[in-house]
Ligand binder design. Sequence first.
Ligand SMILES: [Fe+2]
Length: 271
Amino acid sequence: MGARYNLMSYGHSLLTLHEKTSGSCLLCFFGVQYKEENRIRTVKSELNTKSPSEPAKTIIVQQLACGGDRNFGYILADGPGGSAYIVDPSPDPNPVIERLERDQYLLKGIINTHGHGDHSAGINEVLDYARVPVLGHLSNPRADMPVSDGEECLLGQIPMRFIHTPGHTADSICILFGGSHLFTGDTLFVGKVGGTHKPEMALAQFESLQCLMELGDHILVWPGHHYGSSPHSSLGSERLNNPFVKRLYDFSAFLRLKENWVQYKLEHGIS
Ligand SMILES: [Fe+2]
């Protein structure tokens, strides 16, 4: 049994260690309950409503280890056993499918952050489980429900916005769920960014990251791989700690870091 966390929340934005005992601990940040069990992390948060008389809306995010190179798949839901979308259930979709069945979610669709095989290889197996649309950028051949930059839809009453973030690939998208959870695929990792093959794609990624960083610091970052020091982060934390984000003021500095990344990692003890 891995670490188990139960998080009740009342603070704001930054994670604060509130209590730690053997085998369990309580963490606090704004509007979020956080539970970690084995390799599955569940975050339950509340979406602020416009009117105080309107009941708060529950948001559920589950992060699951899906094999490959420390790939993460996700379940996004509008409450326990509610309607759900899944993000990148790949390359091994079974942890996601098992969790959908166990928690009795009603699957509405599959979102593919980009077409690379390690993010899309599990889609067919999920389609065998449930015939649902595949959402992806309009340049993503896997998408039978293409989305464009800025397009929004609702999961129940929870808004979901698609942000086109070319760079790692031309079809990369990020998904902003409930205004507070950002699924970044291979665009932004904890402490790192996705690889690019040409300077023009590095420039596209530089501009995509600049757009992402215009969102609020409190927004949680849910990456496509567990490449960083923690499985998730926030935009505020990335602004402070991610060496690529810290170079978003100057493309040549950003590109230089990409070109010298192996050396930089050695010098800074980054694995
Ligand atoms: Fe990728």
